[in-house]
Design a protein around this ligand. Structure first.
Ligand SMILES: [Zn+2]
Length: 172
């Protein structure tokens, strides 16, 4: 039974990657965009990830896997694997959510006005797949003064040592 389940998972993962490629080729104006239907996203994401990334949910503070995570590496989008934040810009905000003072590069994330719940906030989304990541506030540390307050469920993590191994593989 266990083998069967992991098989099903692999098939979903493969289907997910195949769809990512097809869709990114299909959109000529913005070829790097990842566009999927809600059903396709549900196949690729856990229910919690889906709720947060696609329905703008928020995980409870101090419950995510990365708020107290201090390894060196890169945080990627859990939905499309785009690089979003470096561990070098992560800081302990005390809020219970992973916090960064700047994105991986200027094209990694986008911001949108969010006036829900009677608050004026800036929503942070993945530039590549439009997945909801969290919000950005202007009470962060130097050098930017910004605090990107991000849900752990929207993130994956690649250890710095694994990134180096992968780069080595590409060269060979
Ligand atoms: Zn993404």
């Amino acid at each position: 039974m266990k083998n069967f389940l992991s098989c099903v998972f692999i098939v979903f993962t493969l289907a997910c990657n195949a769809q990512t490629k097809e869709n990114s080729n299909a959109t000529a104006s913005d070829k790097d965009k990842v566009v999927k239907t809600p059903k396709e996203w549900q196949q690729c994401l856990s229910p919690e990830q889906y709720k947060i990334l696609r329905e703008k949910g928020t995980e409870r503070a101090f419950t995510g896997k990365y708020y107290d995570h201090h390894e060196k590496g890169t945080y990627t989008c859990a939905a499309c694997k785009s690089k979003l934040f470096s561990s070098n810009t992560k800081f302990d905000s005390g809020t219970g959510w992973p916090s960064y003072y700047q994105p991986f590069n200027k094209n990694a994330v986008k911001t949108k006005a969010d006036n829900s719940y009677g608050m004026q906030r800036l929503e942070v989304v993945c530039a590549k797949c439009d997945g909801h990541l969290g919000h950005v506030f202007e009470d962060g540390p130097a050098p930017t003064g910004l605090r990107y307050c991000i849900n752990s469920a929207s993130l994956d993590f690649i250890k710095a040592e694994d990134e180096k191994k992968n780069e080595g593989k590409k060269e060979n």
